[in-house]
Ligand binder design. Structure first.
Ligand SMILES: [Ca+2]
Ligand SMILES: [Ca+2]
Length: 785
């Protein structure tokens, strides 16, 4: 007999009082390998072969006599097979044919308060009080076995055990089979869950990343908000206005350069890439700004200017003095000065005109500059310079900056052979070539190797993109004009990562010669040229272009915002365009403005943000501002437009919400279906969703449009979900004759189960960045559909 074997016993008794019962029990147990110690708290501690096996039994008591065993857990050390039951009966209770048990048994009857009452015992041993294999006497009378009350029941091993315990240990078929079924169900269920998870991941389209999900709002920091009454905007001012971005449902804020610069208002000539210009505040202000932005779920994008520094930068000072490694930090060549082609290394002309070579009297050589002579080009071919740029990126990325807009990428490299660039007009006297447009820039833009450098920037950013929600965004500025294929190169390809997108600045070329056909061409040329699977973007305002209202006319401001926010991809909004701010046009007497040296006619699109109707538009409490506030601020301001439902601001906000909330507009197909001199129309649809949106935008004069001629499946009518004229919201229109006012834009909503992109004759007019489908039954997106 194994020393751990425990014998089934039944203890009968009458008039058993507690001490007597336990005394008897102890005496009984002392004869067996099993030992028990009964404590005052009625816990029974079992010992097997001298080791405390631990029986955390709990014997309840009621009204001075044992009434029931309320709980008895048996330590596993006792073994799952052999348990014992100790029962006793109280003579008083026996009269009522009640038996109380201290039981450990194999089988029990039905549950009672989570435990098992003994009256229902049905045992495979057939009613014996102990298992047949147990050799020990099993029934012990405490007083007189004959006095066993007739109603008492001989209980079996495990009597009183909860079902959970039995399920865990019992070898009886009903429990063992149940146990095994549960075991296999768990295994199969786990495998099924893992498989389903893998399938969902494999089938799910990529979630839109933050730089795709939200519009990008460009802040010109000097003009956004002044916090310290010096008349110029600053970083603390931006921080004061963060809730405004949330109001607009904008999550990405791109702040134009705020690096330390000695050239007033020309922040692309940087003296120190690791310092904030005092005009904008301190590095602490920046750290605070980015911390608060992140707390509010906002992302901060800033400019990276790798092509050049200012001529005040320490590197340039060291370079012109031929100091160590800095000697080759810039592009130096021998020349004789004087600025003529004969005197300079070649005929290259700077972007702002005249020779791109500047003689330096200290070094006695010429340095190259693509832009102003105060902006010498860095020698990016020098590995030390590349390492410097990388360290500057590391500096800001480590501070938490969420993305860079790489400035002037196509100018990064110049040909080392220094050949003259070909003249546009070959008959022009070479000595008279002074304008940038008079040369083809074959040797100073988009040189071989330039993309490798831009890709290396992406790799640096990837090192900071590993944490969830910390993806670092990179865009590139490269205005390639008609050579749109050059711009598209910055997208990289399926195998090589480069920019998330190059800025699409073609809408900046819009002017008063506006029409539905022109907008169609502008949209179509980008969508057609963009590599498959890439993400578009649309820029309609910038610090170096006239504002929309001034460039194309106030009556078209709203419809252009509607275009911007309903095209696929990321909209980029320059500050104030959401209000319809205009260029500064009033002639001023410069002497009236003693503040600074700025002529507003040079920066008409940079006038202070118009917050309210208070003096200086709420931009500052100072008496003067760095640029005059536009006089239209009394009506065109945030507070006023917030209060007017039909305002440009409210339309922008509605469009931003629509873009976020409607799947077809957020990430669905675009099909260009109709254009004429007045209107341009396109459909946004999503596989699996029958809700479809058609944008019908008027860039000409009032007209009635029959879009049924496009030859797509349309219901008879659609509802106006949103109009630039809010009064038309909710109205129904007939597709055969949709009226639009001059500059009116409509977002039409209708249902169809015949998407345009599935029609053969529209295959060349439909685009999607990543195909995805919607499964309505499960409210699930999936790809490969
Ligand atoms: Ca200030
Ligand atoms: Ca360069």
């Amino acid at each position: 007999m194994g020393s751990a074997r425990f014998t089934l016993c039944t203890v009968y008794g009458s008039n058993v009082d507690e001490p007597a019962f336990f005394d008897t029990l102890k005496s009984l147990l002392s004869q067996w390998p099993l030992q028990a110690m009964v404590c005052e708290d009625f816990n029974i501690h079992l010992k097997i072969n001298g080791d405390l096996a631990g029986c955390q039994g709990y014997v309840g008591r009621k009204t001075g006599t044992f009434k029931a065993i309320e709980r008895l857990a048996v330590d596993q050390l006792l073994g799952s097979e052999k348990r014992a039951a100790l029962t006793y009966s109280n003579s008083k209770m026996s009269e009522d044919t009640k038996v109380e048990s201290l039981g450990m048994k194999e089988k029990v009857g039905h549950a009672n308060n989570g435990f098992v009452a003994d009256e229902g015992l049905v045992e495979k041993e057939g009613g014996g009080s102990c298992p047949a294999e147990l050799p020990e006497p099993c029934t012990v009378a405490i007083q007189d076995a004959a006095t066993q009350p007739p109603g008492s029941t001989i209980v079996k091993p495990y009597a009183g055990m909860p079902k959970e315990v039995l399920l865990q240990f019992s070898s009886q078929a009903r429990y063992r089979v149940t146990r095994e079924i549960i075991f296999w169900l768990i295994i199969v269920g786990t495998i099924a869950i893992i498989g389903a998870t893998i399938a969902i991941i494999a089938l799910s389209p990529k979630c839109l990343v933050w730089w795709q999900a939200s519009p990008i709002y460009q802040v010109y920091p000097r003009s956004f908000k002044d916090s310290n009454m010096d008349g110029g905007g600053d970083l603390k001012g931006i921080q004061e206005k963060l809730e405004y971005f949330q109001y607009l449902n904008i999550k990405t804020v791109w702040i134009a350069p705020f690096y330390q610069s000695s050239i007033k208002d020309f922040r692309y000539a940087v003296d120190d890439f690791r310092a904030i210009d005092p005009t904008f505040g301190t590095m602490k202000d920046f750290d605070n700004l980015i911390a608060v932005m992140h707390d509010k779920g906002l992302k901060l994008v800033m400019d990276l200017i790798p092509n050049h520094t200012s001529d005040k930068h320490n590197w340039f000072q060291l370079s012109r003095n031929r100091t160590g490694k800095y000697t080759d930090y810039y592009i130096w060549h021998n020349c004789t000065g004087g600025g003529t082609e004969a005197a300079t290394p070649n005929n290259w002309v700077s972007f702002y005109g005249n020779s791109s070579w500047q003689y330096d009297d200290i070094r006695k050589q010429c340095y190259f500059h693509q832009f102003l002579k105060e902006q010498p080009d860095l020698n990016i071919r020098n590995p030390d310079v590349q390492a410097e740029i990388k360290e500057i990126m590391n500096f800001w990325l480590a501070k938490g900056v969420d993305g860079f807009r790489v400035d002037a990428a196509k100018f990064l490299l110049e040909a080392e052979h220094l050949r003259n660039e070909p003249q546009v007009n070959t008959s022009q006297n070479a000595d008279t070539v002074t304008s940038y447009s008079e040369l083809f820039h074959d040797y100073t833009t988009t040189q071989v190797g330039m993309h490798d450098i831009v890709r290396s920037f992406r790799q640096t950013m990837n090192e900071y993109s590993r944490e969830a929600d910390k993806y670092r965004f990179m865009s590139v500025e490269s205005s390639d004009g008609k050579a749109i294929e050059k711009t598209m190169m910055y997208y990289g390809n399926s195998f090589i990562e480069e920019a998330n997108f190059p800025y699409n600045v073609y809408l900046l070329d819009l002017n008063k010669e506006l029409s539905g056909n022109i907008i169609f061409d502008t949209v179509n040329s980008w969508m057609r040229a963009m590599p498959k699977g890439k993400w578009p973007n649309w820029v309609v305002g910038s610090p170096s272009n006239p504002r929309i209202a001034s460039r194309v006319g106030k009556e078209y401001t709203n419809v252009i915002n509607m275009l911007l926010l309903t095209l696929p991809g990321t909209p980029v909004t320059y500050y104030g365009e959401e209000l319809g701010m205009t260029d500064y046009t009033t002639k001023i007497n410069q002497s009236e403005h003693n503040f600074g040296v700025h002529d507003p006619s040079e920066d008409p699109e940079k006038t202070p943000m118009q917050w309210d109707a208070n003096p200086n538009a709420g931009f500052t409490t100072a008496n003067e501002t760095w640029l005059p506030v536009n006089e239209d601020y009394t009506t065109i301001n945030v507070e006023n437009q917030k209060a007017h439902p039909n305002s440009t601001l409210n339309l922008y906000r509605e469009l931003s919400l629509l873009r976020q909330n409607e799947l077809p507009i957020h990430r669905g197909w675009i099909c260009l279906i109709y254009n004429d001199k007045d209107v341009f129309a396109y459909v946004r649809e999503f596989d699996g969703l029958d809700t479809t949106f058609m944008m019908l935008l008027n860039f000409g004069n009032a007209s009635r449009t029959n879009v049924q001629v496009a030859g797509i499946e349309l219901p008879g009518q659609a509802q106006i979900r949103l109009s630039t004229n809010f009064n038309n919201n909710g109205k129904s229109v007939d597709f055969g004759s949709i009226p639009t006012e001059k500059g009116e834009g409509l977002v039409l909503e209708y249902k169809t189960n015949k998407p345009v992109h599935t029609k053969d004759n529209f295959k060349n007019n439909c685009y999607v960045s990543e195909k995805a489908c919607y499964l309505m039954a499960l409210n699930l997106l999936y790809k490969n559909c």
